[in-house]
Design a protein around this ligand. Structure first.
Ligand code: ATP
Ligand code: MG
Length: 408
């Protein structure tokens, strides 16, 4: 049997690549205007980076990592890129640079999940990270970058949801309230939730299991616990974030139950959801992670960022039809065709010719399929030293010279 791409992975084929290039170019353009610089970190890292950085109560670390041993070293294909970026930030002493340090990345991520629409095992993310600023204007800048990026890609039917998870201090009471509210139906929840109950009860709110969600409804969980009660500092921060978003004209919805799948978030969390995707509707997720740099043995450094799923973005963007090439050289003399094709390419045109010396009529047929114009070199052209250019859209033919073609 022929070998196929591994389950949960997808080839990105030539007729899709225009969309990918468009997304990547737009990202670079939007982010560099805000002075974010691209960083490229390795696709695999020491496993311990993710255990410490992503958190050992997360699904990612518990169930989804592609881990392998080489020379007694445990390595893992990156399931996300914030931990890798923080590692690089520390390894290259970027905390010595006067803040902010603003970075963005793009590339493949790997999670052993159940493949379904919008969920793959190798998928791609584009993300930004901003280090060194505690002020909510940084959170607002990151959210605004994501919105601007999506807008530039023509995507408007999106909802920005925001929430503040506060700091460890203000979260402690909320965790207790949440546990009390969940206790009556804890036995009916999935094993993951039972596990989260002690280690990180907030993340129970992020459970995607249907039975759990039904129990939340039945016991009116969301009515019995409100959001995190914020301390003065966290509350001011959240108020300021909303002010900045208003100034930037970014519409948002407050969702007091928005928690994120990763352990490291503090204060701001947000998600951008598409109103036209199915159940995997989150295109972007992020927030503030003031404790992570310290967790990875660096100096205490405030930070905020997000990651976007490129496959989910792509599903929202209409496929661009590949453009026709500039010229197809139709000729009975292959040496002339080879020479003219090379000369046109050297002058910046996309040009092809017939490698297989097919009949003139066949060459013209091919030209009409793939090119805007055909350049014909027949007997008469060769004897009288001119070229015929045929506009394949209008059918109009004109006598021309190489120099005239360059000027046209
Ligand atoms: P979800 O709730 O959909 O599982 P997540 O909370 O695991 O998302 P993050 O880790 O924050 O997601 O990643 C940010 C974005 O990356 C998501 O909003 C989504 O667009 C995309 N993403 C995450 N996991 C996958 C996957 N397995 N396949 C495709 N895209 C993904
Ligand atoms: Mg997930």
């Amino acid at each position: 049997m022929s070998i196929q791409a591994p389950k949960g992975t997808k080839d990105i084929l030539p007729d899709e690549i225009e969309n990918w290039h468009n997304i990547e170019k737009t990202a670079e353009d939007v982010f560099s205007r805000a002075n974010f610089k691209e960083i490229r970190t390795p696709i695999f890292e020491d496993t311990s980076l993710f255990e410490r950085g992503v958190g050992d109560t997360t699904d990612i670390v518990n169930k989804e990592m592609y881990t392998f041993i080489k020379s007694d070293r445990s390595l893992t294909l990156r399931p996300e890129n914030t931990a890798g970026v923080v590692r690089a930030y520390l390894e290259h002493n970027m905390y010595r640079i006067s803040p902010p340090v603003k970075l963005w990345y793009k590339g493949p991520m790997f999670r052993y999940e159940r493949p379904q629409a919008g969920r793959q095992r190798q998928f791609h993310q584009i993300g930004v990270e901003m280090f060194g600023v505690q002020d909510a204007s940084a959170d607002a800048e990151c959210i605004s970058l994501a919105v601007e990026f999506l807008k530039r890609l023509g995507l408007n039917d999106l909802t920005v949801e925001i929430n503040s998870l506060g700091c460890n201090k203000c979260r402690a009471e909320y965790k207790e309230n949440l546990k009390k509210a969940i206790a009556p139906f804890l036995d009916g929840l999935c094993d993951d939730c039972k596990n989260r109950y002690e280690k990180n009860p907030l993340r129970i709110l992020d459970c995607k299991n249907e039975t759990c969600n039904r129990l939340f409804e039945e016991y009116k969980l969301k009515d019995s616990v409100s959001g995190v009660k914020l301390c003065d500092e966290c509350s001011d921060h959240y108020t300021n974030l909303k002010k900045y978003l208003d100034i930037l004209n970014i519409k948002y919805v407050e969702n007091t139950f928005l928690v994120r799948g990763l352990d490291y978030y503090t204060k701001t969390v947000f998600e951008i959801k598409s109103n036209s995707l199915g159940s995997q509707n989150a295109v972007c997720g992020g927030g503030r992670y003031d404790g992570l740099v310290e967790t990875l043995s660096g100096p205490s450094t405030p930070a905020v960022g997000w990651a976007m799923g490129v496959e989910r973005l792509n599903a929202l963007i209409p496929k661009t039809e590949p453009e026709k090439i500039d010229f197809y050289v139709v000729s009975s003399n292959k040496q002339e065709a080879v020479k003219l094709t090379a000369d046109l390419r050297n002058n910046g045109y996309i040009c092809e010719f017939d490698y297989n010396s097919k009949k003139f009529s066949k060459q013209l047929e091919k030209a009409a399929k793939i090119a805007k114009k055909a350049i014909i070199i027949g007997e008469d052209e060769l004897n009288n030293n001119y070229l015929t250019v045929k506009d394949l859209n209008t059918g109009i033919q004109i006598k021309s010279t190489f120099e005239q073609i360059l000027k046209s």
